[in-house]
Design a protein around this ligand. Sequence first.
Ligand code: BES
Ligand code: MN
Ligand code: MN
Length: 467
Amino acid sequence: MTTTTTDLDAYLDANRDRRIASYEAFLRIPSISALPQHAADCKRAAAFVADELREMGVEHVEISPTAGHPVVYGDWLHADGAPTVLVYGHYDVQPVDPLELWVSPPFEPVVRDGRILARGAADDKGQIHMHLRATEAILATKGRLPVNLRFLFEGEEESASEHLEKWLAANHARLAADVAVISDTGFFEGNLPAITLSLRGIMYAQIDVIGAPVDLHSGGFGGAVENPANALARIIAGLKGEDGRIQIPGFYDDVVELSAADRSALAKLPFDEEAYREALGLPALVGEVGYTTLERRGVRPTLDVNGLWGGFQGDGAKTIIPAHAHAKVSCRLVANQDPERIFELFRDHVARIAPPGVRTTVTSLGGGRPSLTPMDHPATQAAARAIEAAFGRAPLYIREGGSIPVCASFETVLGLPVVLAGFTNPDDNAHAPNESMVLDNYERGIRAIARLWDEIAATKLGAAARA
Ligand code: BES
Ligand code: MN
Ligand code: MN
């Protein structure tokens, strides 16, 4: 980091305890968007963010209700002639089950071994909090920001941002900006600083296989009727080949193959495949033939069963033919696959391979489009300089397999380039028990964000675009 202590550094140093206390207060709100019984908690998390924005001097702060969880907006637009940046984050979190695997309760944050442990510590409340603290520190020490900022924090990202696109379209005017910055991604293996260049999209569906109205005696009826669980197993087996290729006709039609340059850039990342396998505790890594592990997990489409149930689950043996069986299946998608089109192909393929003797239905549970972000954009390069200044190392350029549905909407609905500058450690256990954020990433990340606004101001992005 810099050797001279600036007012900003001094402010951040003096406020560390208060900052962590506020971070913990935010993490104590169980804002699980997927579970209806936590709707009031999502409202509380939105109010927490809105109050913080108001307190630090951000203007036009508004909590907008949606058909789902509220959107929080606020802006500070007094940097005349300077670029305008739209900052996005999500205050909702994933469910916490299985609870018994947490070493401490998920909504009672604790600091241990240089990490803060709680649901949302990394994904994404921790990173929203970093943005709040960076803005607060700049406004408190300088009285103004070097760029214009618009903040957009939503509460439905973890359930596919169902109502956000409509909100974006309706609020087009007040989202005018030169670039969007999203801190909802992370660093590369080994906690190496990184900027993400692409995200995958997603198609999510449920398969329900229905047999007789009630379970049947498997002796009395077995052999004469189709078994929904067997039928479901056959359907799932027909979705993907042993070579890791997805068997749905037309599935790969719109896939844009990675360029040779992109493939070689991925191959040059300092990735220790054996250490990766070992850390996962797996006997082997597997995937689509013809692609490397980094390609398989970041830039190739996938199909995975997320959950599978039906029939007898208790101890011992119960001799039945279950009345029904179910699976939740998702596909990660890449450019230019369209989630709605992939859902239709998926549904038609399941209908084609579903055995007779049972009723099979396929229902969409949502989706999101894939996105690509420009590496050579001045704001991306500004982010690279800011990250290097704060972390002492230039970022790697990586491709993430996860999805942030709004990212594609920023590009298509608002026409905004996106910079994916996130700061979480790759072993953050996002979505899993014992989610954590390395506090050094959090602290340096706040400084990187503050520096980013200076770097973006120096590009004269906004003025140049308007000149
Ligand atoms: N922050 C993640 C997205 C992410 C994951 C980025 C891994 C980089 C690496 C985001 O909160 C997330 O989990 N998104 C969901 C979206 C889905 C519910 C539509 C996902 O990817 O499963
Ligand atoms: Mn996230
Ligand atoms: Mn997430």
